[in-house]
Design a binder for this molecule. Structure first.
Ligand code: BES
Ligand code: MN
Ligand code: ZN
Length: 490
């Protein structure tokens, strides 16, 4: 789908999309169209509530074959997330009608900035149109190819042009991240994930370093290795660096993405049903890699280092076993009580590495970590553990821009007692109760020194069974856009 800005009200597109507020007069320049719209405007057929769509066809105008009226609800109530959702419906309708080109009449609202509005229109449409069909013989037809956003004031053009550019970058990164998640584990494994990062680094402008198993061993990442050595496809440690503000090297944000390219559970084997979607256990890595792409492409004047400890959790002669006691880069020992609690082991070393070797002063880990977060928050909201309320509030503000939702879980000291082992410094699972909290707190024990830290458990939000609004079935790329805004705004 291609987007462009066009200040010419009546364009050559075959469909005109007219957003309508429930409580506001229309301003449409074409008299003919205005007449038609007003004929249904106040009828039962189209109330202009959020997400209402009304379709006119066989219009006498030359090229215009369709008009879609789109309800926006009340002007003062609409959010950017509403805009994304509404325009995801528009694109589905356009697909149904096999519309190839459309012009969208731009609109302004009391509560939203114009830049946020234009990005939300593009994101809602393009992201809803995503499909992962490269392995299907009959591919889903891409119908809507060209979208022009029209009726833009001359004085807004430049600013909206740059906002759209940012939106298109985030769309591209989101598609990249969704593809990475949706690719099965027989095509994306540590080595190929690293190759994709190398290509992305070249394309978008961030530095990249990939460590192999020997270099990982030299760093003492024994917890990560214990997980990764179970597989024929050997682990890789991927480091991505972007310094957009070299004068301010005191401020470097660290991003850590869980990168289990497959999680069978190891000897604490998952049942088949729990295993089918475990190619998605690198959703954290995908979000972090995608965020780096847009951060670099948009040349943000910020410093960010991202790492991914990429490996598979399988069964083999080399696999770690329940009961094993392993060490870690931090030197802390861990009793492995469950080989399926592997993510926190890889993250313990990745978090220790980034906080000790990369000079970051804040760190965020993003992980498909626990099934328990699905029980607590479902697929709507990412669970958060933090040691810093101000950092958490920054996350929430970024989430307001992206539309992605977050909720903090309690991190009281007492929960850490559940992680005490009789034979080692920690055990890797605190058991059934408070599973998301203890998993997060485990990772927090591996910061090299105290600093603001956010742990995002995206097991529920990064992969969904069915399409909903602009999220498509499979990988969602959450919380990629939030990470981008968090970097941009702080
Ligand atoms: N990758 C899984 C978590 C997961 C579950 C992600 C469902 C997406 C959907 C993780 O490695 C895992 O297996 N966690 C265990 C932890 C337990 C053994 C303490 C879990 O949640 O059951
Ligand atoms: Mn697991
Ligand atoms: Zn896992």
């Amino acid at each position: 789908m291609e987007f462009k800005l066009n200040d010419n009200g009546c364009s050559s597109a075959e469909c005109v999309i007219v957003p309508v507020f429930e409580n506001q007069e229309l301003c449409v320049s074409c008299e003919g169209i205005k007449k038609m719209i007003n004929s249904v405007r106040n009828s039962e057929a189209f109330k202009a509530v959020k997400g209402d769509i009304y379709h006119f066809t066989n219009i006498s105008e030359e090229t215009i074959k369709h008009i879609l009226l789109v309800g926006l609800g009340k002007n003062e109530e609409i959010t950017s997330e509403d805009v994304r959702k509404i325009f995801s419906k528009v694109v589905k309708k356009a697909r149904e009608l096999k519309i190839a080109s459309a012009s969208v009449k731009f609109f302004t609202t009391d509560g939203l900035c114009k830049k946020g509005t234009i990005k939300a229109i593009a994101e809602g449409m393009a992201l809803a149109d995503y499909s992962f069909d490269k392995y299907k013989t009959n591919k889903s037809e891409i119908t809507l190819k060209e979208v022009s956003i029209v009726d833009i004031n001359d004085e807004d053009k430049e600013i909206l042009e740059s906002a759209l550019k940012e939106g298109l970058s985030l769309i591209k990164s989101t598609v990249f991240a969704r593809d990475l998640v949706n690719e099965p584990a027989n095509t994306i494994y540590p080595e190929t994930l690293a190759e994709r990062c190398i290509d992305a680094g070249k394309a978008y402008g961030f530095e990249i370093e990939v460590l192999d198993e020997n270099q990982i061993r030299e760093l003492g990442m024994e917890a990560f290795l214990a997980v990764g050595m179970s597989a024929f496809n050997k682990p890789r440690f991927i480091i991505m660096r972007y310094f957009g503000n070299k004068e301010d090297k005191e401020n470097i944000l660290g991003l850590v993405g869980k990168g289990l390219t497959y999680d069978a559970g190891g000897y604490s084997l998952k049942p088949t049903q729990g295993m089918v979607d475990m190619k998605s256990d690198m959703g954290g890595a995908a979000a972090v890699i995608g965020a780096m792409c847009s951060i670099a492409e948009m040349k943000l004047k910020k410093n960010v280092v991202a790492v991914v400890a990429a490996c598979e959790n399988l069964i083999s002669n080399d696999a770690y076993k329940p009961g094993d006691i392993i060490s870690s880069m931090a030197g802390k020992t861990i009793e492995v009580v469950n080989t399926d609690a592997e993510g926190r082991l890889t993250l313990a070393d990745a978090v220790y590495y980034i906080t000790s070797r990369e000079n970051v002063n804040k760190v965020i880990d993003v992980a498909t970590l626990t099934g328990a977060v699905l029980g607590a928050l479902g697929t709507l909201t990412t669970g958060v553990i933090t040691n810093d309320e101000a950092f958490y509030n920054d996350l929430l503000s970024a989430g307001k821009r992206s539309g992605e939702k977050f909720w903090q879980l309690p991190a009281f000291e007492e929960y850490k007692e559940l992680l005490k082992s009789k034979v080692a410094d920690y055990k890797n699972s605190g058991g059934r109760f408070a599973g998301t909290i203890t998993a997060g707190l485990f990772i927090g024990e591996f910061l090299y020194k105290p600093m603001p830290w956010l742990h995002l458990d995206i097991a529920g939000t990064s992969f969904v069974d069915g399409a909903k609004d602009y999220l498509t079935a499979g990988g969602t790329a959450a919380p990629l856009r939030t990470l981008y805004y968090l970097v941009r705004e702080n």
